[in-house]
Design a protein around this ligand. Structure first.
Ligand code: ADP
Length: 425
């Protein structure tokens, strides 16, 4: 059967899904990210992995379980041999859920004895030692995550956190075994499984540990963790002869057409990126105080860009502003209204630009990206080359050729926009 995949992943948020997909592509697996649970008619190109991006991190636990199981069924039907439940590297959750409960449901649905649990991601300074999660030098419970508005993390012991969420026994696979390599990890996993442990929290402080855990997991059907836990998985498929040694997994092809940037993030990184790009191309500001309707704001911005767009030149549209300006907008319009007005403006701009033959769009801002993807009706993306850590180019799967780079506000170096646009044609 065509389009049988090797790895099926379920991610509890969108940017986390992209992070995982990016790691798989870099490992040589052709990867597609879907937005929400795919339907029966979601077409897939030839690919090796699919990451289903849910928004299940903080929804009611019953819904998170139901959506994750539906995603699992879809991935199973596509032939996936192994499954990955992608959670945040700071294990964002509460005692009410959703990590342990979803992991239980997946484990039970797969009829598996044991799964590994590891959010370590040394590149992002997340490490796990004696079952305790560290953010840089600090225990998770001493990090800023302890004050997160939705998922305050006040206990760094993942064995305890999982123990409160899961109905199944949780155990520790300590670094003394992990550091000894694949065979020691396998022996310990077997010992834990024999004791009835169903979720093994695994220590990892270096990428080398994650590669060893990946190799030891070749026969496990479920892994729960951060994107780092996937580092070692492509090699298993390669060794089994299921993946080519020389993979060109990030090829997206060319699209032609013009390019544009849409910046709705007001983060420091994005503001510096906007200033940099404004020196290189026409930059049109969107000021929500000028008109109180998105259609009017979008039309005015497009009017200012009409000449450049008709010549096929790159244009940057941005609403990014400093905290004082944002506070002024929010006090006039209200926080939510201001946000939705700006997001709606970017949604309309994206539609108009694509209609005018823009084929490469760089979008800055998590919510802004969500608005753009929604407006363009994007259901799935093929993941391409990495622009900056965690941010790849993607190709929209659909009738129109269109490349999207979607980054959350704080990501990327200062010349992000121009470097991104130089990478693809
Ligand atoms: P980030 O990834 O940096 O959090 P987001 O796109 O997720 O960026 O969030 C930025 C939010 O700020 C969006 O809701 C956006 O609509 C809003 N916003 C952007 N520009 C302005 C502005 N000039 N005034 C008020 N709100 C704005």
């Amino acid at each position: 059967m065509a389009n049988r995949i090797l790895l099926g992943a379920i991610a509890d948020d969108f940017t986390g899904a992209t992070d995982l997909a990016n790691i798989l592509v870099r490992g040589g697996m052709r990867t597609v990210q879907t937005i929400g649970i795919p339907t029966a008619d979601t077409g897939l190109p030839e690919c090796d992995a699919v990451v289903v991006a849910l928004k299940s991190r903080t929804i009611p636990v019953g819904e998170a379980v139901a959506q994750s199981l539906a995603a699992l069924e879809w991935l199973k039907a596509r032939g996936a041999r192994q499954f990955f439940f992608k959670v945040c590297s700071t294990f964002d959750s509460t005692d009410a859920g959703n990590i342990g409960q979803v992991a239980d449901a997946l484990l039970d649905a797969l009829g598996e004895k044991i799964a590994v649990v590891c959010p370590a991601y040394p590149d992002n300074r997340r490490t796990v030692f004696q079952g305790h999660l560290f953010v840089g030098e600090a225990l998770l419970s001493d990090s800023p995550m302890r004050n997160h508005p939705l998922t305050p993390m006040t206990d760094a012991s993942l064995v305890r956190v999982m123990g409160r969420q899961s109905r199944h026994p949780v155990g520790l696979l300590p670094w003394s075994k992990v550091g000894a390599g694949e065979t020691a990890i396998n022996e310990e996993l077997a010992a834990l499984a024999a004791q009835g442990v169903r979720h093994a929290v695994v220590d990892a402080v270096r990428d080398q540990d994650l590669y060893a855990i990946g190799a030891a997991s070749r026969n496990l059907r479920l892994l729960t963790g951060g994107a780092g836990l996937a580092l070692g998985l492509p090699q298993n498929f390669r060794e089994a002869g299921l993946l080519p040694v020389e993979a060109n997994a990030d090829a997206l092809g060319t699209v032609g057409g013009a390019a544009a940037g849409l910046a709705g993030s007001c983060s420091e990184a994005t503001r510096a990126q906007v200033a940099d790009m404004a020196r290189r191309c026409l930059a049109v500001v969107i000021d929500p105080l000028v008109a109180d309707d998105a259609a009017g704001l979008a039309a005015a911005a497009l009017g200012k860009a009409a000449g450049a767009l008709s010549r096929g030149e790159t244009v940057l549209f941005y609403s990014s502003a400093d905290p004082a300006a944002i506070a002024a907008v929010q006090s006039r319009l209200g926080l939510e209204h201001a946000a939705s007005l700006v997001e709606q403006t970017f949604a309309l701009l994206a539609q108009a630009l694509v209609a005018q033959n823009v084929r490469r769009l760089v979008v800055a801002g998590g919510e802004t990206s969500g608005a753009v993807v929604g407006a363009l009706g994007v259901k799935a993306l093929a993941i391409g080359p990495q622009i900056d850590p965690g941010v790849p180019w993607t190709r929209v799967l659909g009738p129109e050729p269109l490349l999207l780079a979607l980054k959350s506000g704080n990501f990327g170096r200062t010349d992000f926009f121009s470097r991104a646009l130089d990478m693809v044609q």
